[in-house]
Design a binder for this molecule. Sequence first.
Ligand code: ATP
Length: 250
Amino acid sequence: MTPAIAPHATAPDVPLLDVSGLAYDYGGVHAVQDCAFSAPAGGIVALIGGNGAGKSTTVQCVAGALRPRSGSIRFDGQDITTLPAHETVERGLALVPEGRLVFQQLSVHENLLVAGRVQRARADVSANLDKVYALFPRLKERRGQNAGSLSGGEQQMLAIGRGLMTGPRLLILDEPSLGLSPILVATIFKLIRDLNAEGITILIVEQNLHQTLAIADHAYVLEKGRVARSGPGQELLNDPAVKAAYLGVA
Ligand code: ATP
């Protein structure tokens, strides 16, 4: 598929996404503290870590769904720290949230149309629909069906399809493989690689560490809201400390 994405305007040495000193509190809970990471244009970057490490909170801050207490988020060289979600999406960030938040009462087709209403992709709705349906023939078959009646895997495809309808430069996937069968997990990871090969930069949060580290150019391990370790995915996959802590290998 050829997504309707703008060519990368970012200079080669400037990351597409650059986060520093990020902090977010839920009341007294310091969910994210002094978190820093970056994603080069065209890369696949992963945030990994245990339950409650702050991964979802971090990506929600990046996408503008949560407003950070402090820190800086730069996208394509511009400060987007305080932009709300409806404005970050217009810059080319698409968050596919954990839990496949689709409109349950709307049909598959309507869900995609609603997502495609953003200004940046409005002119490309019909082309993007064709691309999403080509990518997910299952969704095309079920285009008239209510999203709430789709299987978990189909809802995940629809959630990703909704993200693609916005013509993203950066696709942020929060636990896309959660609750899916091994075959569907493999399908989703292949899809992520394919989308990346088409030019979409990927930021992925995952519990499925083996497959995530295997595809990640670079990964950051979050612990208690901070980056405890980072490196190329393959390197972390072979890191004894990461293996012991996260991969269940003594
Ligand atoms: P998981 O992998 O389990 O989804 P995570 O790494 O994505 O975890 P977050 O969901 O970002 O972690 O949560 C970070 C911390 O913030 C946790 O301690 C969590 O309990 C807390 N937290 C998350 N959401 C809320 C909320 N709405 N209200 C209060 N505390 C919250």
